[in-house]
Design a protein around this ligand. Sequence first.
Ligand code: B12
Length: 151
Amino acid sequence: MVLDTMSRTVVLGVIGSDAHVVGITILEQALSAAGFTVVNLGVQTSQAEFAEAAVAHDAEAVLVSSLYGHAEQDCQGFHRVLEDAGVDAVTYIGGNLAVGQDDFEHTRRQFRELGFDRVFDSETDPEEAIAALREDLRISPPESERATISS
Ligand code: B12
């Protein structure tokens, strides 16, 4: 079943000790404008805080951001924490995920193996994440965009 309504909740935050706030602020605005209910946990968010928020808000997606180069360490065991808390949500991660990030396909594989459903690099336009969420959560695009997609 494809759902038309967009009151779907997304939890968003920057994991670990990372304090880069600009990316998630832009993502929050874009997701809100696209009709999602966004719970922005802000910077320096622990794995447990992501899990607690996802449960408390019955989130359908958990979006993790990391810029400072320690994402791999910060995300070890993350999906186990979500699973133990009973979270049933798609998980995305994006940002500057590796130091250097010269081979993003390698980075993507690494984070897919950690359990993330989708992995985005630092060039990602928020619209890409929104399109991915619509696909993964089976939300049909708004009327205004349907003509564009079918043309
Ligand atoms: C501003 C900045 C800072 C500011 C942050 C201020 C603040 N409160 O936000 C300050 C000066 C504090 C800072 C500190 C540090 N920084 Co800094 N910082 C930057 C800088 C210049 C810009 C980041 C930014 O705001 N970009 C603009 C936003 C719009 O883009 P964005 O964050 O990339 O987000 C977009 C995408 O990545 C994507 N995205 C992000 N997350 C997600 C998540 C999902 C799910 C999706 C779909 C998409 C997505 O969508 C966003 C919107 O388009 C970058 C370099 C750069 N040009 O990117 C370095 C950079 C991120 N910093 C870096 C480093 C190393 C640090 C420090 C560790 C430096 C140090 N030794 O102290 C510290 C870390 C401090 C900490 N605890 O976090 C490195 C990271 C290196 C790496 N990963 O390999 C970078 C890349 C600089 C560099 N080239 O070396 N930094």
